[in-house]
Design a binder for this molecule. Structure first.
Ligand code: BTN
Length: 273
């Protein structure tokens, strides 16, 4: 890490061999991602570490990953269980162009779904905004946290947690969570999962910048098919709104058909009913 950055965690200089080998194998497809790859055996949250790197002026593409997190967090302030040797916990430092920013989390969900499939053969779906599911249960989640100034978004910390083994999540959430190994009933190469997710994200991130973001949306729609057409509800100014999820738009908003026409849902929690 750059000098001046102090972080509480147990850093090891190089990632374990399974991770290092997979990253080396995929190096030509990673773009700038992972050129600076920092591995912690234990950390509070990889998102916090990347936010500190961002504030210290680190270039886009840095990746922090950890064997375990002691304060992993999910969306809406939820806990993200992050036990050792059970899941993948990583965060990327992005400095996207303004026009690319709105679709970053959509691209991330697609990339994780594609990366899991490329590495293991397991087919997963995405659910707006960026859950990755298998058989209706969550297998991976993404937490994007933006660093802003008066000039707009300065950086985005893109955190991703992937359940590799069933021990990644507590038994009490087994009805809504699953893991790659649990679905496939066999051991998988977690290094390959990490590397393929990074490679898929690098490709989609490039599309967000070069004017071919339509391909990202096309891939998202294909993988979101199981949830599109389903009824959703959400809270808007103390009123519960309901409708049918139909699509996403160019800004990553969920388009919901309601009695009053199509509504754009841009943030907050959507409940699938
Ligand atoms: C969600 O679905 O609620 C998002 C979960 C995001 C978890 C990842 S694990 C790596 C990174 N560090 C964190 O503290 N959270 C994200």
């Amino acid at each position: 890490m750059p000098s001046g950055v102090i972080f509480r965690g147990h850093i090891s200089q190089s990632p374990p061999p399974d991770i290092a080998d997979a990253l080396a194998h995929a190096a030509s497809r990673l773009g700038g991602f992972g050129r600076q790859f920092i591995w912690f055996s234990e950390i509070t949250s990889t998102n916090d570490a990347v936010a500190m790197l961002a504030d210290a002026g680190t270039a886009e593409g840095a990746v922090v990953a950890a064997e375990a997190q002691t304060a992993g967090r999910g969306r809406f302030g939820r806990v993200w269980h992050s036990p050792s040797m059970a899941g993948l916990y990583l965060s990327l430092l992005l400095r996207p162009a303004t026009h690319a920013t709105p679709l970053v989390t959509i691209a991330a969900g697609v990339a994780v779904s594609e990366g899991i499939e490329a590495a293991t053969g397991l087919q997963t779906s995405v659910k707006w905004p960026n859950d990755v599911n298998s058989g209706g249960r969550k297998i991976a989640g993404i937490l994007a946290e933006a660093g802003t100034s008066t000039e707009g978004v300065q950086h985005v910390v893109l955190g991703c947690g992937i359940n590799v083994m069933p021990s990644a999540y507590p038994p009490e959430i087994a009805l809504r969570a699953t893991s790659i190994e649990g679905e496939l009933g066999r051991h998988v190469d977690r290094g390959a999962v990490l590397a393929e997710c990074l490679a898929a994200f690098a490709a989609h991130y490039e599309r967000l910048h070069n004017g071919t973001h339509g391909e990202v949306l096309h891939s998202w729609r294909r993988r979101a098919a199981p949830s599109l057409g389903r009824r959703v509800e959400w809270d808007a100014n103390t009123v519960v709104r309901r409708g049918v999820a139909e699509d996403v738009d160019d800004h990553g908003a969920l388009l919901v058909r309601t009695d009053a026409g199509i509504e754009r849902v841009i943030s907050g929690e959507v409940r699938w009913i």
